[in-house]
Design a protein around this ligand. Structure first.
Ligand code: SAM
Ligand code: DTB
Ligand code: SF4
Length: 327
């Protein structure tokens, strides 16, 4: 990396872990300044992309992700439901569009997508797309054939997160491997669909883990088009929710550092300030935008947990002079 006061950062896929760790260790003002500089190379820093989530199939998931309210392995009290009918999804998508969302992301608590569900999803996707929204889905592991069917139906993005570093991964989930996650991302890229891939901070991982997680993203054959950084939303009776009650999450400054490093190593990605915003002050979110975040989830619900209400986000955008991204 050029070590100058005004680094022009090009898109690189050969980042080393040591370089990324060194970014984390920069004095905070220097790190944020560099990230803000990179942000301006590729984006208008006043523009924020707006996505909205809907849980189209909730709970009862076979995976044991240690942070998740929807895993059947944890007694979180969440009621499991079947795949939502298309008309209900469309009602939610119309409301999202009317509320200003640009992208509609449909999430299902599945380990992997079953072929029998593809026709219903294809119909859902094509009708959401016809409303004039960008479409995104997160349905667990998928094959290239399934990805092709979803793309043909009008799916623009597929979300599948790496979640953490390869080194910390076994402390987070044991029912699916890191390699399986990479394979799903490969299948999505293979059919030319855009990828949305990021992870979670505040799960008890170290700074070295956060650097290693971003190293994975930065050295993918193609950087994620969208890169969500979630701050753990502690859910009671999940292993990591309980751990965070004892250990605490990351400090706000460390969270901003993670956003800044993500912006520098994946300069063209939309870095999404994702879960955890409901618990953040306006000032902390402002620091995240300054550090290069340029995407958020809108709507008062993420999948199963709360997100800021529309009025709260309208105030945030207005007070910071932020505008919805021109598409
Ligand atoms: N089942 C699919 C999967 O795992 O790919 C899709 C839905 S899953 C809920 C999508 C992502 O949400 C996870 O990979 C994780 O990064 C994030 N997530 C889930 N629960 C969270 C929590 N309590 N706090 C922060 N992020 C969370
Ligand atoms: C992502 O990285 N974050 C979103 C989306 N991709 C699917 C999900 C956040 C979920 C937060 C916990 C919940 O609401 O259940
Ligand atoms: Fe299932 Fe996804 Fe939750 Fe893991 S994160 S338990 S795969 S819904």
């Amino acid at each position: 990396m050029a070590d100058t006061a005004h680094p022009f950062v090009t898109v690189r896929h050969d980042w080393t872990k040591a370089e990324i760790a060194a970014l984390f260790d920069l004095p905070f003002m220097e790190l944020v300044y560099r990230a803000a500089t990179v942000h301006r190379q590729y984006f208008d820093p006043s523009e924020v992309q707006l996505s909205q989530l809907l849980s189209i199939k909730t709970g009862g998931c076979a995976e044991n992700c240690g942070y998740c309210s929807q895993s059947a392995h944890h007694k979180t009290g969440l009621k499991a439901s079947k795949l939502m009918p298309v008309d209900e999804v469309l009602t939610a998508a119309k409301a999202a569009k009317d509320g200003g969302a640009q992208r509609f992301c449909m999430g299902a608590a599945w380990r992997d997508l079953k072929d029998r569900d593809v026709p219903a999803l294809a119909e859902m996707i094509s009708e959401v797309k016809a409303l004039g929204l960008e479409t995104c889905a997160t349905l667990g592991m998928i094959t290239a054939d399934q990805a092709k069917s979803l793309k043909d139906a009008g799916l623009d993005y597929y979300n599948h997160n790496l979640d953490t570093s390869p080194e910390y991964y076994a402390d987070v989930v044991t029912t699916r491997t890191y390699q399986e996650r990479l394979d799903t991302l490969e299948a999505v890229r293979e059919v030319g669909m855009k990828t949305c891939c990021g992870g979670i901070v505040g799960m008890g991982e170290s700074r070295a883990d956060r650097a290693s997680f971003l190293h994975q993203l930065a050295t993918l054959p193609a950087h994620p088009d969208s890169l969500p950084i979630n701050n753990l939303v502690p859910v009671s009776n999940t292993p990591l929710g309980e751990l965070s009650k004892v250990k605490g999450g990351v400090t706000p400054v460390e969270f901003v550092r993670t956003i800044a490093v993500a912006r520098i190593v994946c300069p063209k990605s939309m870095v999404r300030l994702s879960a955890g915003r409901n618990e953040m002050s306006e000032e902390l979110q402002a620091l995240c935008f300054m550090a290069g975040a340029n995407s958020i989830f809108v709507g008062d619900q993420l999948l199963t947990t709360a997100n800021p209400e529309r009025g709260t986000d309208a105030h945030l955008m207005q007070s910071l002079g932020l505008r919805p991204m021109t598409m």
